[in-house]
Write a protein that binds this ligand. Structure first.
Ligand SMILES: [Mg+2]
Length: 163
């Protein structure tokens, strides 16, 4: 089930980043590794990702700042924070800012995989819910209307969205 899950991994430690990328790619994730926060934000704007795994402590743009920037523009993307020893408080803060959860480094591959799968599941569920809401909205709209009436309502809705 991890095939084609698009994952952005951000960490300033080059070796750790490489190891993680290799491990997660082997498990079927479509991994894009970057080692600077600013690059992560740029790449997230250019391509679409399901998930991001973000190191908290990085020179330049911090993991917290990356989280905020990503969540602002791509609220659907689930973000998992990686934190070293001693930064748990900041990691907890990140969950208040919208991260899915955090993991302490070094983390076990199995635990990481489970967390990423759960985060992906949450994203899928949320998308389904959005679709369901849309369908319900349509059904409400359609109640008691002729086909032509429905089309008119839809047209008006679209016009209002354009404003
Ligand atoms: Mg770091």
């Amino acid at each position: 089930m991890t095939d084609n899950i698009k994952l952005l991994v951000v960490d300033d430690e080059e070796r750790f980043l490489q190891t993680l990328t290799k491990r997660l790619s082997m498990r079927g994730f479509d991994v894009t590794p970057v080692n600077r926060g600013a690059d992560a934000v740029k790449v997230a704007d250019q391509q679409s990702f399901d998930l991001a795994l973000v190191d908290l402590k990085m020179p330049g743009m911090s993991g917290e700042e990356v989280l905020e920037a990503i969540k602002e523009k791509h609220p659907d993307m689930e973000v998992v924070i990686l934190t070293g020893h001693g930064s748990i408080d900041s990691a907890v803060e990140c969950t208040k800012l919208g991260s899915y959860t955090y993991l302490q480094k070094p983390c076990e591959t199995e635990e990481l995989l489970q967390v990423l799968k759960d985060a992906y599941h949450k994203r899928v569920q949320r998308k389904l819910q959005l679709n369901e809401d849309k369908v319900n909205e349509m059904l409400n709209l359609a109640q008691g209307e002729s086909a032509l009436g429905i089309l008119r309502k839809l047209r008006d809705l679209e016009k209002n969205k354009e404003k």
